[in-house]
Design a protein around this ligand. Structure first.
Ligand code: ADP
Length: 415
């Protein structure tokens, strides 16, 4: 602060007391005064900077525009009387080392000459700390990224594990449900069998006992009557067992359909012949006799089962002295079978459940039955790509219709 020290001892004292570097530069950018801190900061001896251009303290490329900046600065700020604190810049030490500085500029005039009082803050330490903080932040960010990735992987693994467990649980639930259904089926089967077998068996027992009592030759008619009862009941029991076996095969997907050519009239005659034994007093089955020429290509056993089931139901659920009409029709590729009775009918509220397994309508409960037959034949019919439906009115009667593919390349004629 030599220029000013001559005249102002206090000024000099103050400039040496502050911890920042101080430079005083004239309009020609010549350094006219420095404090000790500025000398130390830039690596110069005392007074070494005096008379030098300030440009020696500004590193390339910032020194390029320095002259212009100083000029503009004088013009714009001279009259403001305010200290201008500039952004972060770089200073150049004597050993050509660049270092970060922040400068505060204060223009003033002394004895008619313009000067700039420059306060220089060495930012090396702060910059170092900033970069350390930045490094630390980067490091932390990286760590967070790695941890997030690890967490994501763990979450994905956990999700997989949960899914696996859920699948295992579902499988277990299904197995348990099947087990429960099977056990229910067994219980139902046992109760049905014991209930359904009781009456026919006692009928068979009575008839057999009575047959034994008719020893005379002219008792043959009575013997025949009881034998017919026995045959009918055995057939009925056999039917129930067939139904249960059918359920098991269908459940296990074991049912294999065996397509063959067979004569429709042969099957109808057999079924009607057997059904005649079950007819109530005055009941009569009407069936078409014009089906002699019809040959079907279907599973004969299943076709027989369907026909038998529907005819037996009609007999069972229709009163004495009523007729049962069987008819066949061919529409396109389908053979359409209708079985019509004038029996008790199916109450409207029960109609939607009629094909459900074990379901029996309210008005049918006085008759023997298991509620299995319709369920089984529906499943068979659908497996054979056909359908079954019905129309019924309580106290008026019921018509069941079955549509089945007649089979390919088969001679079919219905007049
Ligand atoms: P089941 O006759 O052994 O009870 P099905 O499965 O053959 O079992 O029939 C289910 C139910 O459908 C019967 O219980 C009865 O309520 C009703 N049903 C079936 N056919 C007829 C019919 N022709 N007339 C009136 N109701 C019928």
């Amino acid at each position: 602060m030599r220029v000013f020290a001559k005249n102002n001892y206090i000024f000099n004292l103050l400039s040496e007391a502050v911890s920042e570097g101080i430079l005083v530069v004239d309009r020609a950018q010549i350094i006219v005064a420095t404090n000790n801190n500025a000398n130390i900061m830039f690596g110069y001896e005392r007074d070494e900077l005096i008379g030098q251009s300030v440009a020696v303290l500004v590193p390339y490329p910032h020194n390029k525009d320095h002259d212009r900046h100083v000029e503009t600065f004088f013009d714009t700020h001279k009259s403001s009387g305010k200290m201008m604190v500039d952004r972060l810049l770089f200073g150049l030490r004597k050993n050509q080392e660049k270092f970060p500085v922040q400068i505060g500029l204060y223009p003033f005039s002394y004895e008619g000459i313009d000067y700039v009082f420059t306060l220089i803050f060495d930012k090396t330490e702060i910059s170092k700390r900033d970069s350390q903080i930045k490094d630390l932040n980067d490091h932390l960010e990286k760590k967070i990224k790695t941890r997030t990735l690890e967490l994501r992987e763990t979450v994905a693994m956990l999700k997989k594990e949960i899914k696996k467990r859920e699948e295992a649980e579902t499988k277990m639930k299904i197995a348990l449900q099947r087990e429960r259904e099977l056990s229910e089926l067994r219980t139902k089967f046992l109760s049905l069998v014991s209930h359904e077998f009781k009456t026919p068996l006692s009928g068979i027992l009575t008839s057999a006992t009575l047959v034994g009592k008719y020893k005379d030759t002219d008792d043959q008619e009575r013997r025949d009557k009881h034998l017919t009862t026995i045959i009918g009941e055995v057939r009925h029991l056999n039917g129930i067992l067939t139904d249960f076996l059918s359920i098991e095969r269908l459940e296990k997907g074991k049912e294999i359909y065996n397509y063959t050519k067979f004569s429709l009239s042969k099957v109808v005659n057999e079924v009607v012949y057997n059904a005649n034994m079950l007819l109530k007093n005055g009941q009569k089955i009407n069936y078409p006799h014009n089906i002699d020429e019809v040959v079907l290509y279907q599973d004969e056993k299943i076709f027989t089962l369907i026909l038998t089931n529907l005819i037996y139901n009609s007999i069972k659920y229709a009163p004495e002295d009523s007729e049962i009409d069987i008819s066949f029709e061919i529409v396109g590729d389908m053979i359409i079978l209708k079985i019509k009775d004038y029996g008790i009918g199916i109450p409207e509220k029960d109609q939607k459940h009629i094909f459900e397994r074990y379901f029996r309508a309210e008005n049918a409960l006085l008759n023997q039955g298991t509620g299995i037959g319709l369920n089984i034949i529906k499943e068979h019919i659908e497996n054979l790509e056909g359908k079954i439906y019905f129309k019924s009115k309580e106290h008026m009667g019921t018509t069941f219709t079955v549509e089945l593919p007649k089979g390919e390349g088969i001679h079919l004629e219905l007049n």
